[in-house]
Design a protein around this ligand. Sequence first.
Ligand SMILES: NC(=O)c1ccc[n+]([C@@H]2O[C@H](COP(=O)([O-])OP(=O)(O)OC[C@H]3O[C@@H](n4cnc5c(N)ncnc54)[C@H](OP(=O)(O)O)[C@@H]3O)[C@@H](O)[C@H]2O)c1
Length: 242
Amino acid sequence: MSGRVALVTGASRGIGAAIAQRLAAEGCFVLGTATTAAGAADVTAALGEHGMGLELQLRDPASIDAALKRAADGREAPSVLVNNAGITQDNLLPRLGEDAWQAVLDTNLGGVYRLTRKLLRPMMRGRWGRIVNVSSVVARMGNAGQTNYAAAKAGIEGFTRALAQEVGSRGITVNAVAPGFVETDMTAALGDAAREALTERIALGRLGRPDDVAAVVAFLASDDAAYVTGETVQVNGGLHMA
Ligand SMILES: NC(=O)c1ccc[n+]([C@@H]2O[C@H](COP(=O)([O-])OP(=O)(O)OC[C@H]3O[C@@H](n4cnc5c(N)ncnc54)[C@H](OP(=O)(O)O)[C@@H]3O)[C@@H](O)[C@H]2O)c1
C-alpha cells in the first residue's frame, strides 16, 4: 500500500491506534485523528515519519473541515478511510435519556456520514478508494443496555451496503468490520465476573485484541480485497455466528 494516504478516526487509542500502526507498516502515510490537540500530538509521535495526528471532533462539521484542510497540506487526499471512532453511553431504554441517544447516534453514525461524504469526491476522481467502517457484533447480536449503540452500528452496516452500490463503478469498495469484545478502554469497565461469563461464550476462549481487528481492516483496505464490497466481516472469536 506504499504511497497511499489513509485516514483513521479515533487513532489515539485502542482499535484505531492498532489500525493506524498496521496501515503504516503496510506502507501508507496515516492521518490519525484524536479529539484533542494533545491526543493528536501523541498520534504524530507514535506514527513518526509514517503519518501524523489530526485534531478532529466528529460531531462538529467545522472541526472536520479544519482537519481536512490541515491534512491537505501538500499531500494527496486520502484514498483509504477507516471510520473507527466511536463511543458508548449505555443504559436500559427507560433510563436512556435523549442526550445519550443523540450523542451515540450522532458520533457513531452521524460522524461516518459527515466524514465519508467529504472524502468521496477525491476518491471518485482517482477511481480508487477503500472505505472501512467499524461496526460491532451487537449490531446483529443485540445487547441489553445498548439500544443506542446497536442502532448506530446497525445503521453503519446499512450505510455500508448502500454506499457500496453507489460507488462500486468508480473502483471504490465500502465494507464494515464488526468486532466482538476487544480489550480496550471501551471494555475496561467490565468486572471480573462479567468478563469470565463473556469469555465462556466466545468459541476462541478470549476477548479480542486490537491487532485482531487491524489485520482484517488492513486486508479490506488492500488491493487483495478488490472484489469484496458491501460486506460486514465479523471479528468476534466465535461469540456470535450469523
Ligand atoms: N472495544 C470493543 O470491544 C469494541 C467492540 C466492537 C466495536 N468496537 C468499535 O471499535 C471502535 C473503536 O473502539 P475502541 O474500543 O478502540 O474505543 P476507545 O478505546 O474508547 O477509543 C475511542 C476512540 O474514538 C475517539 N473518539 C471518541 N469520540 C469521538 C468524537 N466525538 N469525534 C472523534 N473521535 C472520537 C477517541 O478519541 P480520544 O482519544 O481523543 O477521546 C478514541 O480515539 C469504535 O467504533 C467501537 O464502537 C469496539
